[in-house]
Design a protein around this ligand. Structure first.
Ligand SMILES: Nc1nc2c(ncn2[C@@H]2O[C@H](COP(=O)(O)OP(=O)(O)OP(=O)(O)O)[C@@H](O)[C@H]2O)c(=O)[nH]1
Ligand SMILES: [Mg+2]
Length: 297
């Protein structure tokens, strides 16, 4: 074996992305991977469960973990369920942590909460300012005190894919030498390592509901896929439900003469068709169940 080959060892490890809601964690993951893994929206609290996905190149493998945004005030049962999840991920097997900060929003109590969590982690940490494409407002000076606690500070635009290569390089430099964790030669049901097809499709439907519905409605709903079946002529049949807290919300989700549910269904179908390269028939209904959050994954 040549010396160069003997010295060369691939890197592999788990990298958690944490930060406040809406800082762009899921956008960052999708744009690093070049495909939709985790749903995004302009509304906070879009991600509800950690999403695992693998990035791979000649340097090795990064298993990214997108986490639900960490927030201060917790009152409703859904928030209570999802808020501790990023903290739980950090307690697991993590080799590096990215703290993603939206510099266009001023510091709040949440930073103290996140810094408290990070101080307990004895692993490399990167402070990554996102949304660098936005000039103003900017609160960079209010965050610079954090730099001492991190191995490196970077500025990126997840949306415009600016400096993402720099970020990947910085991660690989700090990951341990390891054999591959995931066998990427095998086909997987979805781009997310921990989601099956039904959950992944339900997430796409929920994303469209978050995009089209205003105010608090997105927080009072979930999406469930009950059936996926192959039909004649390469048509994929999907039966799904949006479940919401009250009949009042149900009416709003359906919309006048059903236009709202049609919009949501059409957008979801379009995206699924592109992703699967198959014709999709989406049978989407709305129902009321005030206890839906008890079954939330
Ligand atoms: N201008 C700009 N907007 C961005 C950037 N990154 C993300 N966004 C937008 O910020 C909003 C939130 O993005 P998400 O990726 O859903 O944020 P998140 O941190 O995953 O949010 P939660 O899942 O709620 O914790 C979306 O409207 C994104 O398009 C960026 O680099 N620049
Ligand atoms: Mg997210």
């Amino acid at each position: 074996m040549k010396k160069q080959e003997a010295d060369y060892k691939e890197k592999a490890g788990y990298v958690a992305i944490i930060g406040r809601p809406n800082s762009g964690k899921s956008t960052l993951l999708n744009n690093i991977l070049g495909q939709k893994v985790s749903i995004t929206s302009p509304k906070p609290q879009t991600t509800r469960l950690p999403i695992y996905a693998v990035y791979e190149d000649e340097r090795g493998q990064i298993i990214f973990i997108d986490t639900p945004g960490i927030f201060g005030k917790v009152s409703d049962p859904v928030s209570k369920k999802i808020n501790p999840r990023a903290g739980q991920v950090l307690k697991e097997n993590v080799d590096l942590v990215i703290y993603l900060v939206d510099h266009t929003r001023d510091r709040e109590l949440e930073e103290n909460k996140i810094i408290g969590l990070l101080r307990k982690i004895d692993k490399p940490k990167l402070l990554v300012f996102n949304k660098s494409d936005i000039r103003a407002p900017s609160f960079y000076p209010h965050y610079t005190f954090l730099e001492d606690e991190f191995n490196e500070t970077l500025k990126v635009s997840a949306l415009h894919k600016h400096n993402l290569n720099l970020l990947i390089q910085s991660i690989f430099e700090r990951l341990p030498e390891n054999d591959k964790i995931i066998d990427t030669s095998k086909p997987r049901p979805t781009p997310a390592l921990n989601l099956n097809s039904k959950t992944f499709i339900a997430e796409i439907i929920r994303e469209k509901a978050f995009l089209f519905l205003r105010k608090e409605i997105p927080y009072s709903l979930t999406a469930v896929v009950d059936e996926i079946a192959d039909r004649a002529n390469r048509v994929m049949y999907i039966r799904a439900r949006i479940i919401t807290n009250s009949d009042r919300y149900k009416k709003m989700i359906i919309g006048d003469k059903g236009w709202m549910i049609r919009e949501i269904g059409m957008a979801a179908r379009k995206e699924l068709q592109t992703a699967t390269n198959q014709k999709i028939f989406l049978d989407l209904t709305v129902e009321t169940n005030p206890h839906w959050h008890e079954a939330l994954l």
